[in-house]
Structures are given as C-alpha cells and as structure tokens.
Design a protein around this ligand. Structure first.
Ligand SMILES: Nc1ncnc2c1ncn2[C@@H]1O[C@H](COP(=O)(O)OP(=O)(O)OP(=O)(O)O)[C@@H](O)[C@H]1O
Ligand SMILES: [Mg+2]
Length: 538
C-alpha cells in the first residue's frame, strides 16, 4: 500500500534552485540527512556546495574542496556575496545570530545580491524562527520531510549484519518482513529509526515489530502532541450509524494504487459532530482497525498550550509526522477546543490561532499524501465557518441519539462485551425503556447493572437492567436545548450518520415515563417527531 505522490523535499529544493530562489529556509532536526541530500543534488547539478558552521567556517563538500576560515557570521555572508560560480551555501544553526540587527540586514542584502547570480543561500535550522524583517527576503520555507521508506530500509540494513546469521536469512527470504519492519518505523528521524532497530537487535536478536512499534509510540508521545493509537476497538463494536459506517466501509481500499488507477480521488477526511456519547470517538478509533491503518490522535489543546514549541511549529510537526507515516489516519478529537473563535482570538494572541488554523485548512484542502483526517466535535457553534465550507472535508456527519434499531445493536454489543448472550434478554423491553439514551449511557447502564448483579449475587438480567436505567437520567434531558439547536444546525449542513426513513412505532420519551427531572423544561406539551422519539420537545 505505497502511494508516494508527494514531491520529495529534494525535488522541491531542486525546483527552488532552478527557479533561482536566493534565500531559502530549511527546517529539519536532521542536519546530516538534509546535507547528504543537498550534496547529491549539487553533484547532479554540478554545483559547488559549501557548508558553514560557527566552529569551522565554510567547508566545500561537493564539486570542489577546501575550507574558508570565516567563522564570523557577518564575514560568512560577505563570503557568499563575493564567491564565484554556481554554488549553494548552507548556514548551519544560524538562527541565534539573527538576533543581531546587522546580521539580518546583511542577509537581506545578500538575498538581493544573489538574485542576479547562480548562487543560493540556505539557512538550515531545527526551528522556523525568521525575524519579521527577514520574512520578505526569505523566498521559501521548506520543511524537510521525514525519512522515506527507502531511507528507513537503508537504516535497517545497516543494523542487519549485527543479527544472527540464521535470522538474517529468515528476514532476507521474506520480502514482506522487511516491508513491515520499515512500516513500523515510519515517522521517525533516521537516527531514531537506527536506534530503534539497534535496540530491537540487542533485546530480541531480530527486528521485532512489537519492540519497534513500542519504541516509536514512546518517541511520538514524547513530542507531546500526537499519540500513536493501537487498534483496540473493532469496527463491529460500533452500533448503529449505518450511513457513516457504509461510507467508511466503501472507502476501505480507497488508499490503494488500484483505487488511484481507477480514477478515485484520495479521501481527505470527515467531520463528525453531534450529541455527546453517541460514538464519535469510538468510530474514529474503529476506523483504524477497519482500514488497517495507523491512527494518530492529535491533542489540539496542546498545539496552542504553549507547553511544547510554538503553535506554528507544532502544527507543522504534526503534519510532517502524519505524512511520513502515511497512509495514516489523523484523528483530531474535540476540534472545537483548539480552533474555536479563530476570528476573535486574533486580537488576543497576535493572530497565532488564526494563522495556525489557516495553515491547517490549506493543508486539509491541498494535501496529496494519504492522510485521512477524522475530526470530532460537540459544539458546532464554536467552529469557524471556513472549516465547514465545501471542499475541506469530504463529508460532515451528524451523530444523533440512537433510534430503536440502533439501540438494539448498541445494547447487543455491550451485553456481548460482558460475555453474556443477548438472546437471554428481552431486548424489546430494553429498547422501549431507553428512548433518549445515548450509546455511552447504554454502556454505562450495562456496567452499573453488572455491579449491582455482582453485589447481590445475581447475574445480569433484563429486570436488573431496567432497574438501573431508572437511575440514569439521560444527558439528552438536561441538554435538551443545546441538542435541539445542534439538530437545527445540522439539518441543512450535515448528513445524518444513522439510517433515516425507519418508522418505529410512536413512543413516549423518557420524561413522559419518568416525569421531569428539573422544574422548568419549557411549557410545550409532549411532542413526538416523525420517527417517534428523536425530537426532544416534550
Ligand atoms: N454507537 C455506539 N455503539 C457502541 N457503543 C457506543 C456507541 N456510542 C457510544 N458508545 C459507548 O460509549 C463510549 C463513549 O462514546 P464516545 O466517546 O465514542 O462518544 P462521543 O460521541 O465521542 O462523545 P463526546 O461527544 O462526549 O466526545 C464508547 O466507548 C462506547 O463504549
Ligand atoms: Mg468524543
């Protein structure tokens, strides 16, 4: 399942050089790897490559040799301006010197001068910290991609000779094995991948996928933004939501090259909105298992939290990791927590939120890598309207409270999960008694009832469940107005996640049976909607 239709960073760099971009900023923590790619590029293009550092001055590493003793940053720039011929100059770790106004000025001069020549100047830094005065002069910022499959395989092959001869033979005789090893380390830097492979070699005397994945999970978690999720939830654990599930099942092979050849566009992503506890997060997790793709959970709050890096850097790193692991699913849970109120916060945080948000939207719309985004949200009112415009997501699904049939399958799932036979329960009675309950509340009822049963020395039963249900006031009752507003909003803007058109018998809702839990819930009389129970105007 390899699709690499994204242009490599090396190819992009080649375009920039050919287009005579004079000052380029490259962001990457992998100095050696980037320099090696640049060296190859310069050899191919017959350009000289000179690399500068504060400790060594300039050193020519392609198409020529020699050093130039210019450790002073100002003199280094002067050297670049004066140097002859076709050449690429790399300044390592230069960003600390950009605090000096004189250095910034000189760099701007260089950018102008170089435009008339066949020389390009490149700042290589682990962070993108461009002073505002320089922003206009930097013709391009290139976030260097993480290692490709081929590079990761090279890293694995370096460690291979350290394994026992018999193990090496086994690995070499199974081409699928190496592919899986490479897959398990995607998303890491080259050094991290080498370390992970070495650790596995030392510990298990082979390339053990579990060990590698476990290490990768740790490394990704350390970044503080993403969590690499394991497939624990099966797709069959999701009850109801047939329309949404069909949509997802239909796209299970949409990331294959066969689908590309057939002319199918790459699915971009979906937004799941709706009532709390209806299985939005559950579905996101289950898609990983259905599509057999790794799932990365993004903590949106942390992007802006200020605890790790700058917000801009953070979103770029998230995208970079997701693209390296691709095909992958990027799950953005509780989207509204991060990107809410981007308009107004522009005044309070210097527009950072808006900028980060804009770059996220652009990526969402233009990405060519197979990263599928599943965003989930409760509070649609807080979401910026730009996000909901056509073309951002493939589809916006609204997850409402489950109807009869959906409750049947959700109750069935949770009884089965407790290793009981749903055939032993009066599902009809349970369905009748759970109008207005969400999936999460149905699960909660099963768990609470199981405790009661254990306590009284009985087994889980229909009667027990019915008793427990009496004590659970569905959120739908206390959140009646918000839910109604959400439905109103969704009517024209989103697609229902559950099958419509079923006409179960009209049935009174929770309050008609139990009485109102709070004093004033409005003065409207009981009113049933067209499917008898979805409408909460009671
Ligand atoms: N449709 C469903 N089928 C089976 N179980 C469900 C369903 N909906 C909810 N549940 C149960 O409730 C739990 C919580 O649901 P989940 O976290 O997915 O809800 P959510 O829609 O993301 O809620 P929130 O909006 O509060 O984030 C699930 O882990 C699952 O056990
Ligand atoms: Mg959720």
């Amino acid at each position: 399942m390899t699709i690499e239709n994204k242009r490599s960073s090396k190819a992009e760099m080649e375009d920039l050089i050919r287009a005579r971009y004079s000052l380029i900023w490259v962001t990457s923590p992998e100095e050696n790897r980037v320099e090696e790619a640049l060296r190859k590029l310069c050899v191919e293009r017959e350009m000289r490559l000179e690399v500068w550092s504060i400790t060594e001055g300039f050193k020519t590493i392609a198409n020529g040799q020699g050093t130039r003793d210019v450790k002073d940053p100002m003199k280094a720039i002067d050297h670049v301006i004066r140097a002859e011929g076709r050449a690429l100059f790399v300044l390592r770790d230069f960003h600390p010197f950009l605090k000096e106004p004189a250095v910034v000025r000189r760099l701007r001069d260089a950018a102008t001068e170089l435009r008339k020549t066949k020389k390009s100047l490149l700042v290589l830094s682990p962070v993108t910290k461009i002073p505002p005065e320089l922003e206009k002069s930097v013709a391009a910022v290139l976030d260097w991609e993480l290692p490709t499959r081929m590079e990761i395989e090279e890293a694995a092959r370096k460690v291979l000779p350290a394994l026992p001869a018999a193990t090496q033979q086994v690995i070499e005789s199974d081409p699928g094995f190496m592919e899986r090893v490479v897959e398990s380390a995607l998303g890491l830097t080259l050094v991290e991948a080498e370390n992970v492979f070495s650790k596995s070699a030392v510990r298990t005397h082979t390339f053990d996928l579990e060990t590698i994945l476990e290490e990768k999970k740790q490394i990704i978690r350390k970044s503080g933004l993403l969590e690499y999720y394991e497939h624990r939830e099966e797709f069959s654990d999701v009850g109801g939501m047939e329309v949404l599930k069909d949509w997802l099942v239909k796209r299970r092979s949409a990331f294959s090259s066969r689908a590309r050849d057939f002319g199918l566009p790459l699915p971009k992503g979906i937004l799941l909105i709706g009532v709390p506890g209806t299985g939005k997060s559950l579905t996101a997790k289950a898609v990983g298992a259905l599509w057999q793709m790794p799932l990365l959970r993004l903590d949106v709050g942390k992007i802006f939290g200020g605890l790790v890096g700058s917000s801009e850097e953070n979103i770029r790193n998230v995208i970079k990791t997701a693209e390296a692991i691709a095909p992958a699913i990027l799950w953005i849970d509780e989207l509204e927590k991060g990107f809410s109120g981007t308009g107004s916060s522009g005044q309070t945080d210097g527009g950072t939120t808006s900028r980060v948000f804009a770059s996220f939207i652009t990526w969402l719309q233009e990405k060519t890598t197979p990263v599928f985004v599943i965003a989930t949200a409760n509070n649609v009112q807080q979401l910026p309207p730009e996000l909901l415009r056509k073309g951002r997501f493939d589809e916006i699904f609204f997850c409402d409270l489950p109807d009869r049939e959906d409750r049947r399958s959700i109750i069935d799932i949770h009884i089965r999960k407790k290793k009981r036979d749903p055939g032993q329960f009066d599902l009809e009675k349970l369905i009748e008694a759970t109008v207005d309950y969400s999936g999460a509340e149905l699960e909660q009822a099963v768990v609470a009832s199981l405790y009661d049963a254990f306590d009284t020395g009985m087994d889980l039963s229909t009667e027990g469940l019915l008793n427990t249900l009496k004590d659970i006031v569905p959120l739908a009752i206390t959140m009646r107005e918000q839910i109604e507003a959400m439905r109103e909003w969704a009517r024209t803007r989103a697609r229902p996640a559950a099958a419509r058109g079923r006409t179960p018998p009209k049935k009174a809702g929770w309050m008609a049976r139990h009485g109102a839990p709070t004093a004033n819930l409005g003065d409207k009389g009981a009113e049933t909607s067209d499917d008898g129970e979805r409408k909460l105007e009671l």
